[in-house]
Write a new protein. Structure first.
Ligand SMILES: [Zn+2]
Length: 133
């Protein structure tokens, strides 16, 4: 007896089917198209986002323009005897940072790489963070 009641309850449980296509439309006030305020909002056409103007794209963070530090300031010389300067071009694992990260140009990246390797051999820079004095 109770078994039958349970099954009928389960059968009635599924969500009520909403009739598709014959929703009541008569009692809802029809809003006429075209009377919404549109003048104050700048219209942006879809699929026509401005190319080349990367600063205004989406409001994401602005990437700073990368530049070669040594080209910008010619007074800085790449010297293997200056480990403090070289330290800004290595990672915390003492790996040499790629030029695509630092923005260093190819010529100066070449000098920088040589200088860092020389500084390592002279023990001015560590090869790995595992070294301790
Ligand atoms: Zn350069």
């Amino acid at each position: 007896m109770s078994e039958e009641v349970k099954t009928t309850a389960a059968a009635a449980a599924p969500r009520p089917q909403r009739p598709q296509g014959d929703r009541p439309q008569g009692d809802r006030p029809q809003r006429p198209q075209g009377d919404r305020p549109q003048g104050d909002r700048p219209r942006r056409p879809q699929g026509d986002r401005p190319q080349g103007d990367r600063a205004g794209a989406g409001g994401r963070f602005q990437r700073r323009r990368k530049f070669c530090k040594f080209c910008a300031d010619t007074t800085i010389s790449i010297d293997h005897k200056d480990p403090d300067m070289l330290r800004s071009f290595i990672t915390e694992r003492y790996k040499i940072l790629p030029s695509r990260v630092t923005g260093t140009c190819a010529k100066h990246q070449r000098f920088l790489t040589t200088a860092i390797k020389r500084a390592r051999i002279l023990a001015l820079l560590a090869f790995t963070p595992l070294h301790h004095d």
